[in-house]
Write a protein that binds this ligand. Structure first.
Ligand code: ADP
Length: 480
């Protein structure tokens, strides 16, 4: 039962497989149904025809017999005798005058009960062409025509033949035919469903192969299907051509971003340097001039950072981002980062760590950049009176760094996407913070480049926890 429920749940009513199966099943049901109906109609006709012939013989013979007997006997007795002669175990005859009054009738055969015969004879309407009728649970071919002897109408001749046995046989056969048709349709549907599933397998393979292609794999990506139908092979080729075009344009875009970032960063660094030196040396600046220069310097610095991020990402994409992995004392690194972060904001940043020095395998400067980004975010996306906590600890073979804030939090539906490039949760809310959505993608790229991972846990209005996991080298007692 559970198995059936599971299968039903897995059936997609919009899939090509289900549609084709239903279509083929419907067509075969229609075909087989029509064949069954036509066969049964044809057999019914054969059954009627076989009786029609004998009834017509009776109808043509009776006037002759009546005429013959009436030469020797009184007309009434002659008619009765002629009718009795043609009556058999399954054939009844009777003649009624035009006013529907019984003139003569067969002496009832063995097969029919009195009541059935009486019921038959009481019928006033009878078909002029032989037809099958059901009377008292039995089947009869009925026929009625006027009886003419020497051009004179004697009345209406009624002939009834009992076909109950043939009809029962016919119905049993019809039942078997229907069951066989239903079984055949079911078997055809199952066979077709399997066949269609097999035929669509290459398409599924194609979709699975395409699904796993990431931007990084594009240059080497090539789809190949063995034994696929030529239409699917054609589709595979089209996909391959599209992949190569995509790869080219991806490469061009990467190159473009890298070149632009590089070209802009150098002059901007010079501009920033000049601004800093002017600010440092000139004491005769007015307040307004100083403010304008400070704004220009901070904007230039922000843009340099953005260009550096873009350059790092472009390098990471093309595999040119190098890491100097070496053992680092995490506690010292975190202390340095927190001191730096405190220079930029007057926020309370607390380091929580056990009295040990945690050793990790990482690139010192890149890990600093990662933590600065996370602390910067924690400060940006929380109220000024809340604290930011940086927690360090070891868990099995890994060193864990958590950056916790009691800020606005990130809605659940955005949490899986915030590590994407240029993704920002709420433009309206974050526009004041001046970011551009690259910080976390840099964090992810750098941490993964150091064989680590980064995750987020966050609740709206309660805060967020960013957790970095890095390969640990163990602990060292402080001062040891
Ligand atoms: P941005 O430059 O906008 O800060 P990030 O890549 O650093 O870009 O962050 C992406 C988005 O994730 C941000 O726009 C912000 O909405 C959300 N976010 C990041 N860190 C936090 C945090 N600590 N608390 C709340 N939201 C955050």
């Amino acid at each position: 039962m559970n198995q059936i429920k599971k299968i039903c749940r897995n059936i997609d009513p919009f899939s090509l497989r289900v549609r084709l199966t239903i279509g083929v099943a419907a067509v075969s049901a229609l075909g087989l149904g029509s064949l069954a109906i036509w066969t049964s109609w044809e057999m019914q006709q054969i059954l009627i025809d076989s009786h029609k012939h004998s009834i017509e013989q009776i109808a043509t013979r009776l006037p002759r017999d009546v005429q013959l007997y009436s030469e020797m006997l009184p007309p009434e007795t002659g008619l009765q005798k002629a009718i009795n002669n043609l009556t058999s175990a399954n054939t009844l005859l009777w003649v009624k005058n035009p006013e529907s009054k019984m003139l003569v009738k067969s002496t009832i055969g063995n097969l029919l009960s009195d009541s059935t015969a009486a019921e038959l004879m009481s019928l006033t309407e009878m078909p002029a062409k032989p037809q099958v009728h059901k009377v008292s649970q039995r089947y009869f071919v009925l026929y009625c025509n006027s009886l003419r002897v020497q051009g004179k109408v004697l009345g209406n001749l009624f002939v009834v033949q009992d076909i109950t046995y043939e009809q029962t046989m016919f119905q049993a056969m019809l039942r078997s035919l229907s069951i066989a048709s239903v079984l055949a349709i079911l078997m055809i549907s199952v066979a077709i469903a399997f066949y269609i599933k097999r035929s669509l397998q290459p398409l599924r393979q194609l979709s699975q192969m395409t699904e796993v292609i990431s931007a990084e794999d594009l240059p080497e990506a090539h789809l190949y299907l063995d034994n696929a139908p030529s239409e699917v092979k054609e589709l595979t080729q089209t996909f391959n051509m599209m992949l190569s075009r995509l790869s080219q344009s991806w490469e061009q875009e990467r190159q473009f971003v890298s070149n632009v970032s590089h070209e802009l960063r150098t002059p901007l660094t010079i501009v920033h340097g000049y601004l800093q030196s002017v600010l440092r040396r000139q004491n005769n600046l007015t307040e307004i001039q100083r403010e304008a220069l400070e704004t220009a310097a901070s904007e230039a610095e922000r843009t340099i950072r953005l260009l550096q991020d873009l350059l790092d990402l472009a390098r990471a994409d093309s595999g040119y981002l190098h890491f100097r992995i070496e053992p680092c004392v995490l506690n010292d690194l975190v202390a340095e980062v927190v001191t730096m972060a405190k220079k930029y904001s007057d926020r309370t940043i607390i380091i929580e760590s056990k009295n040990e020095s945690l050793l990790v395998k990482a690139d010192y400067n890149r890990l600093k950049q990662v933590l600065l980004n996370l602390i910067d975010n924690a400060v940006k996306y929380s109220q000024p009176d809340t604290t930011v906590i940086v927690k360090l600890y070891q868990q099995e073979e890994s060193a864990i760094i958590q950056v916790r804030d009691k800020g606005y939090g990130i809605p659940l539906q955005h949490q899986s996407r915030i590590f994407e490039r240029f993704y920002r949760v709420d433009e309206a809310r974050t526009s004041s913070t001046g970011g551009c959505g690259l910080g976390l993608s840099i964090v992810k790229t750098l941490v993964e480049g150091m064989d680590g991972s980064v995750t987020v846990r966050s609740r709206l209005s309660e805060g967020s926890v960013f957790t970095i996991t890095l390969p640990a080298l163990g602990t060292r007692r402080q001062g040891g």
